[in-house]
Design a protein around this ligand. Structure first.
Ligand code: HEC
Ligand SMILES: [Cu+2]
Length: 339
């Protein structure tokens, strides 16, 4: 570690302080052990005229106090580290979500507005950013030393990481997990922009459509709408496939008897499952619901949703989730729009 490494995130000074404390503590223990060793080596060297007869008396008080002091110090360090760790893993609710997909040998970034980048990540300063990350092939590791952050990016699941960059600038991005021949070239940049610069960047970067809009097209393309309704409002099975009085489109004919839960307002809300437990519908849950629907079945629904594992790419999953997330805001008027 170079001491000239910039500390560019809100947690960087805290990580540095913890590291310095651990280093100091280790040095202190090292100095004590080696200091005593040298002291006694010299004191009791061959030929020194020192009294070797009388052994110092052992006292309980001495034994207990040094044991307790050591315990307190190291337990304190542990609590300090645990507290920091928990905070580093808990993104604030208002964090801006950016999706990152790692593959041999690049980082693909998708912004909520539909902007895409490769090996570069533009973020605004002074705002919490949550990265939702996964891999298309092997384990990678997203690492930004200036933010004192790294996290393994594992195929088949979402890993999150959050930070608040506190000074505009360009910082190195590395893959910290040996991932094949070109691992050494899996590097990039995190560009931290001030608020106005970030808005300017968003406006000049072609974003085609927002992630949610692209997800809506996929929702129809993959046939999700056949069961979940054209706008994710759910379907009610039975004759007609729509609830009494509904004015919405009927589900696709082949699925007309399937009753599927509404996805409107799902994101972030608690879902009761058939085994009696309740889970929060976050990115991870929705992703699992699509790839492995049988694992967690929504209470009072049948396990009829087919698995889409292997059919939908990681990037498309991100878009579907963004679409389902965008349905959250429509919960209030879901009653009027119908299925
Ligand atoms: C054959 C009908 C059918 C199709 C097609 C279908 N689903 Fe489902 N889906 C269901 C049913 C039934 C459930 C509830 C049972 C369960 O949890 O597996 C469900 C559950 C879900 C859930 C969890 C909902 C909740 O309230 O917790 C999500 C998310 C979801 N589906 C998304 C999708 C997406 C995205 C697609 C398209 C890629 C899709 N579904 C395609 C029938 C379907
Ligand atoms: Cu890698």
């Amino acid at each position: 570690m170079s001491f000239s490494l910039p500390a560019a995130s809100s947690n960087a000074p805290e990580v540095d302080a913890l590291l310095a404390a651990l280093l100091l503590m280790s040095c202190a223990v090292l100095a004590l052990v080696f200091g005593l060793m040298f002291f006694y080596v010299v004191r009791y060297r061959a030929g020194s005229r020192i009294d070797r007869g009388a052994l110092a008396e052992r006292t309980f008080r001495f034994e207990i106090s040094w044991t307790a002091a050591t315990l307190a110090i190291f337990f304190g360090l542990f609590l300090w580290g645990a507290d920091l760790y928990v905070r580093l893993f808990e993104p604030p609710a208002d964090a801006l979500k950016v999706y990152v997909v790692g593959k041999q040998w690049m980082w693909k970034v998708e912004h909520p507005g539909g902007q895409r980048e490769i090996d570069t990540l533009h973020v605004p300063a002074d705002q919490p950013i949550e990265l939702v990350m996964t891999s298309e092939d092997v384990i990678h590791d997203f690492s930004v030393p200036a933010f004192r952050l790294k996290r393994d990016v594992v195929p088949g699941r979402y890993e999150t990481l959050w930070f608040r960059a506190d000074r505009p600038g360009t910082y190195h991005l590395y893959c910290d997990q040996f991932c094949g021949t070109d691992h050494a070239h899996m590097v990039g940049e995190v560009v931290v922009l001030s608020g106005p610069d970030y808005r300017k960047w968003l406006s000049v970067t072609p974003g085609s459509e927002t992630l949610a809009a692209q997800g809506q097209a996929l929702f129809i393309h993959f046939g999700c709408s056949g069961c979940h309704g054209g706008n994710g409002a759910g379907s009610y099975g039975g004759p007609g496939g729509s609830p009494p009085g509904s004015t919405g489109q009927a589900p696709a004919p082949s699925y007309s008897t399937v009753r599927a839960p509404p996805l409107v307002g799902l994101y972030g809300s608690p879902v009761p499952l058939s085994d009696g437990s309740v889970v929060i519908a976050d990115d991870r849950y929705i992703r699992d619901s699509i790839l492995d629907p049988g694992a967690q079945i929504v209470a009072s629904y049948q396990n009829v949703m087919p698995s889409f594992a292997g059919q939908i790419s990681e990037e498309d999953l991100v878009k579907l989730i963004a679409y389902i997330k965008s349905l959250g805001a429509q919960r209030a008027d879901a009653g009027q729009t119908g299925g």
